[in-house]
Design a binder for this molecule. Sequence first.
Ligand SMILES: C[S@@+](CC[C@H](N)C(=O)[O-])C[C@H]1O[C@@H](n2cnc3c(N)ncnc32)[C@H](O)[C@@H]1O
Length: 345
Amino acid sequence: MNISEKMKQDWDQRAQHHARYWIATENYQTEEVFAQSGEGTAQALLKTLGDLYQSSWNVLDIGCGVGRVLKPLAKYFHTLVGIDVSSSMIAQSKAWLSKHPHITTFETSGVDLCDFKDQSFDLVYSYVAFQHMPRPVFEHYLGEINRILAPEGYLALQLPIGPCCDVPIEDTIGIRSYSIQEISEKLHNNGLTFLKNTLFEEISANLSQPLDHRFHLVQKALPMKSDINVEWAQLEDPQHPSPLDMHLYEVYADKSVVLGEPQEGIRTLQSLVKRNPEHLTGWLRLAALLLETGQLQQALTTMRELTALHPQYQEGHAILQRLLEKYGKDKENTAQNIEWQTAMF
Ligand SMILES: C[S@@+](CC[C@H](N)C(=O)[O-])C[C@H]1O[C@@H](n2cnc3c(N)ncnc32)[C@H](O)[C@@H]1O
């Protein structure tokens, strides 16, 4: 599996779980809240463009998701295109953007812009997408952005700039941040430059806040040749679990329980352990939640699966044993079973 395939697999799984959540983890609960957050991002983009803004521009959104930001931009630009590595995100974007025929979205490789001709866009933007991409992928996108931008075209770039931070290449969601030196150099190497009036000093002053969601304005300074047909190496450890991924699954499961939707929490914990069978606390929480909701048989099956996968996990065996003893005595789904589960885990 290479990095393009891995990004597709992971983002498809996230989109199939709950696209709105994986796009906007704080603003996913309802379509209204989600749409409002898109409006906020669109306004931030327009504010960044300021007087440079022209409605006649051809605009490209890289990593558009379901089109959260594209939709509120519909009334500001003649032509909008969104691309995403995930076919599932793109499928859902068709519904989200159905009333806006001048916005097109489609799935791409996630590593290049080979679907587009040279100099075909006036503005490219990307929001909370580049920060999840491995450095070589991001850098390759910069070369491609140069190629598809019109002379002196713009890139509105959202990227955490501050203390440098990286995660393994297999991690398709962990946050990467860049020092000013590194990002300036990468832009320069790809014929791009921060716009003079961009708030460089402000970036410097905020070095302690790498998780910055602001747009930074970049301009194409000189044309460069981009090598579209890069051979992406096979990943050495494609199963490597991303800690952020796992954490976000758990957060979603917790929120579901708090919102009175335990079945949604169960579905999420099942996805979590499917993605990472090594996640012992995920298994235990799943079994506990099954028990809590009176699904004793499923709780037993879960503990059996866990102990079969991890024969050395003594605590798991002990819990299963206690569960079997109790379940043997008391087969019915009673309130007593449910109370008893707290003592079990
Ligand atoms: C957190 S979501 C943000 C979506 C959208 N930009 C927004 O703000 O609503 C990140 C999106 O980037 C997409 N993505 C991740 N890696 C990508 C890549 N290499 N190329 C294109 N899209 C990518 C994911 O599929 C996902 O839809």
